[in-house]
Structures are given as structure tokens and as C-alpha cells.
Design a binder for this molecule. Sequence first.
Ligand code: ATP
Ligand code: MG
Length: 246
Amino acid sequence: MFYWYRVHRHRKLTQEQWDSKKPKRKGKGKGLDCSDACAIMMDDDGSDSSSTHANNLNHNTEPLPIELDLQVGKGRFAEVYKAKLRQPSSSSDQFETVAVKIFPEEEYASWKNEKDIFSDIDLRHDNVLHFLTAEERKMSKQYWLITAFHPRGNLHEYLTRNMVSWEDLRGLGGSLACGVAHLHSDHTACGQPKVPIVHRDLKSSNILVKQDLTCCLCDFGLGLRLDNTLTVDDLANSGQVRGNWC
Ligand SMILES: Nc1ncnc2c1ncn2[C@@H]1O[C@H](COP(=O)(O)OP(=O)(O)OP(=O)(O)O)[C@@H](O)[C@H]1O
Ligand SMILES: [Mg+2]
């Protein structure tokens, strides 16, 4: 990861030097780059999911019309399901496939922490799991996080079941380094200040493989925002970092 980070950074610096030498067109400086970098992200299947309550708690009294399909993962805190999000406007059977992470009542703190981290709009990046919304399902005493669904599953399973070429490995490693670099960074791709975030549970089962064989980071249950208000005591009391790498 460090190697890929260095390669990525070197390329970026070289590009910036080259850009700074290019004559600038009036009114089209950094702003254009920014809008390019901040363009709405598309799902793997190309559908634009930005319309769906991006980075918000679903404040509607009615929960979203979601039909759970099969369970695709089970961790210590929650269960993850592939699900169908029905399109409210269409009368037909149109739906968007999403992932739903369901926390039981006892794991409220973990849900809240992950929701708060995902709710930071600056977290959005191609190599960070695309968050849609969070819901409190009080009737069933459950807490939900609704995100993009990645059918290839986590990196651990993917590497166990598939042979990867050097080219694929480069794509997986490079994209992973980009995701971690964005997470840790104190500025966005547009150069705006951003709160650095530490994941604190980085392992192959918390990394998803996207359709184009790039990675995205998931499971921010133990994540921590390193904002200015954080005191040494907060840091010390912010939960234990698990030491099981696989
Ligand atoms: N968006 C998704 N698309 C496809 N699979 C997913 C998605 N999110 C999670 N999964 C699957 O579910 C598993 C568990 O998810 P996650 O790590 O978020 O739960 P957890 O309960 O916090 O896990 P743990 O605490 O054991 O790390 C992942 O390893 C992955 O296999
Ligand atoms: Mg996990």
C-alpha cells in the first residue's frame, strides 16, 4: 500500500507540475479540475444513485420500500443483505440493488458511529463504499445502513476464490491506496479542507471488490474522525482497536 501510495503521489505531483506549466485559460483554473473530480459518482452498473438520500438519515416517517433478498455477510456487529430498493415513481417492477447492513438494538453505538462517519459528504470517493442513507427501524428494533451493493464481495473472499493477474493486482492495490489516502487526507480532491478519518479496522474482509476490479473501503464501525475538538481523553476512550489482521 505504501508503495502504491508513493507511486500515486509521484504521478500526481508530476501532473501538477506539468499542469502549472500549461498556459491557463481565463476562468478555467483549479475550479474546472474541482468540478471534474467532484462529479457525481456512478454505481458499478452505471446507474446514478446520487438521487437517493445521499449522506443523510432518512427523515421520512415511512421507511424506504426495501425488500431484503439474501444475506451476503455477517460480522460481529451486524448482518449484511443484498436488497431491492423499489423505485417509488414507477408502478412496474423497477428496482435498484442495494446493500443493507442491519444492526440489532444492542449495537446502536456501532450503527451511529458508522452513520456519522458516512454522513460526511467529503468522504465520498470512488474507493470508499457509496453510502445512500441510514434508517432507524423502530418497529423491528433495528438500525439500518443502506449502501451500494458490490456482488464480488469482500477482498478476502475474492482472493481466496480467484487467481489475479499482475495487472489486476495493480488495480486492486492502487485503488485501495487511493481510498486510504483519501480517508486520511485533510483535504478533498478539490483542495477543500476535510476532516481526516482513521478506519482502525482495516483488513481484507472490510474491503469490497467492485465490478471493475478496484477496491472500496467499508465497515466504519470503529472509524474515528480526527477533528480539532478531539481531546487526548476522547482518543483514549474511543474504543479499542482490534488486532486481528487477515
Ligand atoms: N455493500 C456491500 N456489498 C456486498 N457485500 C457487502 C457489502 N457490505 C458488506 N458486505 C459483506 O458483509 C461482510 C460484513 O460487513 P461489515 O464488515 O460491514 O460488517 P461487520 O459486522 O462490521 O463486520 P466485522 O465487525 O466482523 O468486521 C463484508 O465482509 C462483506 O463480505
Ligand atoms: Mg467487517
